[in-house]
Ligand binder design. Structure first.
Ligand SMILES: NC(=O)c1ccc[n+]([C@@H]2O[C@H](COP(=O)([O-])OP(=O)(O)OC[C@H]3O[C@@H](n4cnc5c(N)ncnc54)[C@H](OP(=O)(O)O)[C@@H]3O)[C@@H](O)[C@H]2O)c1
Length: 346
């Protein structure tokens, strides 16, 4: 694809003709630019080298109606883009790279049972015992790897890593003020202006407001991804605790929008998901995964319903699997394996 802006031309012609965006296309409305790509995988941020186009606000207004009306098209609203100028005024926005790192048994389970958290005993000890000590261990600090490689400065977790479904979180006081401002992003500058890195973001998807934040770490700032459905009492609690949050989505967190907002609002360039199967499965379905590190312990767990590497909704009838390209394999003398894959181009 040439650098001379055919994509931009396409977008303009789409805007002029008011044709609905085709099913599977993404449109991303920035504050002053509309971005459209035809490849859902990139969530409106990059297709090949030149898939992002932007048009001035006037054009964005022209297409806002048709985009919103195109019920079948997949699109996301994004706030302000982390923008850099492209040629001829084309604005480029790249979504952060998403790398998933999971530890699993050979049968792909990421926990021992549906409702036991790995960070709690006895699961933590039983899980550690699945990996025999080896003189040549395959385990590496993946965060360190992606920090070096991509400048990764954010971890992503689901609430399921921190709170079991059967847990009843501590009740929060009702909020009796005006709730409107609670549903704005909460990004206090005394946190967001800290240099990052070294500051890292510990991001948790939590539209139901289940996580209670009880620990501080001076090198990590918590960032909660919430939705318009999140209880006001929880957002008020986050504000009282001075914990950053982004409101991204309606009924639950809209993951493409969330990942985009992490770039646009906080300049995050790469996200390492260390989540369980629920969130990773949702990232997979949203076409947001770029790379996977899978570290297998020489053990079998079994059990229908036990969280696995990728859960979430099943494929639609006739929908193809996501192809992977193997980047590396490491094994140790005691039977653990580390696999590194990139998601193949679709
Ligand atoms: N072995 C490992 O490497 C590893 C790593 C992490 C966790 N684990 C274990 O895995 C288990 C937890 O796994 P899990 O699958 O229950 O939890 P999970 O991966 O945390 O999945 C649930 C989270 O994903 C969000 N989510 C799910 N589908 C979504 C969608 N379509 N759109 C937006 N958000 C969506 C949920 O959001 P809402 O809050 O809005 O519902 C919730 O925050 C625990 O036992 C944990 O210890 C293992």
């Amino acid at each position: 694809m040439s650098r001379e802006g055919p994509i931009r031309t396409d977008i303009r012609s789409n805007a002029r003709t008011r044709e609905p965006v085709a099913k599977g296309d993404w449109g991303c409305l920035l504050s002053d630019a509309l971005l459209i790509t035809t490849r859902p995988r990139y969530a409106g941020f990059r297709v090949g080298e030149w898939s992002i186009g932007a048009v001035p606000l006037g054009c964005a207004r022209w297409v806002r109606g048709p985009l919103a009306a195109a019920a079948e098209c997949r699109w996301a609203l994004v706030e302000v883009g982390a923008r850099r100028p492209g040629p001829e005024g084309v604005v480029m926005v790249e979504r952060p790279r998403v790398v998933v790192s999971v530890g699993a048994s050979v049968d792909g389970k990421v926990a021992l049972t549906r409702d036991s958290l790995l960070m709690r005993k006895p699961s933590s000890e039983l899980w550690a015992a699945m990996t025999p000590r080896a003189a040549d261990p395959v385990a590496v600090d993946i965060l360190d790897v992606v920090r070096q490689q991509y400048g990764c400065n954010a971890i992503l977790e689901g609430s399921g890593s921190l709170v079991a479904e059967s847990d009843v979180p501590e009740e929060l006081p009702a909020y009796d003020g005006d709730t409107a401002e609670l549903y704005e992003h909460f990004l206090p500058t005394d946190i967001t202006e800290l240099p990052s890195p070294p500051l890292m973001w510990f991001t948790v998807v939590d539209s139901r407001g289940r996580v209670r934040w009880t620990e501080d770490n001076e090198n990590w700032a918590a960032l909660v991804l919430v939705a318009r459905s999140t209880p006001a009492a929880y957002l008020a609690y986050l504000r009282r605790e001075h914990i950053c949050y982004l409101v991204v989505g309606e009924a639950r967190v809209d993951l493409p929008q969330a990942i985009a907002a992490m770039a646009s609002a906080l300049g995050i360039r790469c996200v390492l998901s260390t989540a369980g199967g629920g969130l990773n499965g949702a990232l997979l379905r949203a076409g947001l995964i770029d790379e996977l590190y899978l570290t297998l312990a020489p053990a079998l767990i079994g059990g229908l319903g036990t969280p696995s590497v990728m859960d979430g909704p099943p494929l639609a009838e006739g929908e193809a699997a996501t192809s992977l390209q193997l980047l590396s394999v490491n094994t140790d003398t005691n039977g653990s394996v580390r696999l590194h894959y990139a998601v193949a181009d679709r």
